[in-house]
Design a protein around this ligand. Structure first.
Ligand code: AMP
Ligand code: MN
Ligand code: MN
Ligand code: MN
Length: 277
């Protein structure tokens, strides 16, 4: 069985390892193929590729693009894209644009909840302000002993409907798919089981994505439970989607799946990598 992991994060977005450290960990776990898919960011790709070359791992350049679809935050993973594509790089820059103001506002909302210094606390993690995500705030809340786990921090403060949630309008589904395709990549819907939307909306998302030239969905992912794999296996078959698999690794001990320890795809699926090697 091929050990392949097509979804991972580094310190260039909201992961905690440098690209080289991420690759070393993947190698130690036996990975043979690894994609780096930082949020709206391709800056770690060069280092990750070099480290993969040295470790004898096939490298897949990628990015995870944040979009707003019907008022919801959805993630589209682009794989095998050209990280030097100027249009892509400029568009990812623009999509990240509002992160600093949003982070300041999240800090302000937490202060209103009696938790001062969150934005400054996030900066102390050594993150570049332009890539700050709610993940960084969740780590701050754990570090400050206000929450017991990062998941808890999302449940109590950071997810939609909670006091420190700040709406942000990301780019559109259409844009994300076209940026990826124009950069020579293929588009995949990330962790489809994590969106808290009715089935009818999920199907509408799949239909629209398919129509726009989207290629696949993640069936195996560290971002939703194994109990959902059969459901998304059926949907991938029904929609004629290619199937992807990735840990969505961010940091040791923070994740459900470790980088390079992704279970195999269920039988009968066409993998996104079917024609890569
Ligand atoms: P943002 O891009 O600022 O909206 O932050 C989204 C990031 O937060 C995702 O990429 C995940 O890393 C993390 N995240 C989102 N929802 C959750 C959750 N319920 N539990 C843990 N982490 C989450
Ligand atoms: Mn993340
Ligand atoms: Mn995601
Ligand atoms: Mn991710």
């Amino acid at each position: 069985m091929l050990n392949i992991d097509l979804h991972s994060h580094s310190k260039c977005s909201d992961g905690m390892l440098m690209p080289q450290e991420l690759v070393a960990r993947a190698a130690a776990n036996g990975a043979k193929v690894l994609a780096l898919t930082d949020h709206d960011m391709v800056r770690g790709v060069v280092q990750a590729r070099e480290a993969c070359d040295r470790a004898g791992i096939r490298f897949v350049p990628g990015a995870e693009i944040s979009i707003t679809w019907c008022g919801r935050s959805i993630h589209i993973v682009g794989l095998q894209l050209d990280e030097n594509n100027r249009e892509l790089v400029a568009n990812l820059d623009a999509n990240r644009g509002g992160r600093i103001e949003r982070a300041v506002e999240i800090g302000r909302r937490l202060e209103q909840q009696g938790i001062p210094g969150a934005y400054e606390g996030v900066l102390r993690q050594g993150v570049e302000p332009i890539v700050i995500s709610r993940k960084h705030f969740s780590r701050f809340l754990v570090e400050a002993k206000i929450c017991t786990t990062t998941t808890d921090a999302f449940e109590q403060y950071l997810k939609k409907g909670r006091p420190a949630y700040v709406f942000h309008e990301w780019t559109t589904l259409e844009n994300a798919v076209s940026w990826i395709k124009n950069a020579g990549g293929i588009a995949v819907i990330a962790h489809p089981g994590r969106y808290d939307i009715p089935e009818k909306s999920l199907f509408a998302l799949f239909d629209e994505f398919k129509q726009l030239g989207g290629a696949g969905i993640e069936v195996v992912t560290g971002s939703h439970g194994r109990d959902l794999y059969p459901y998304f296996t059926d949907l991938a078959k029904r929609y004629g989607f290619l199937a992807s698999a990735g840990s969505d690794f961010h940091a040791p001990e923070e994740n459900y799946l470790d980088v390079g320890k992704v279970p195999p795809l269920p039988e009968g699926l066409k993998p996104v990598w079917h024609d890569w090697f």
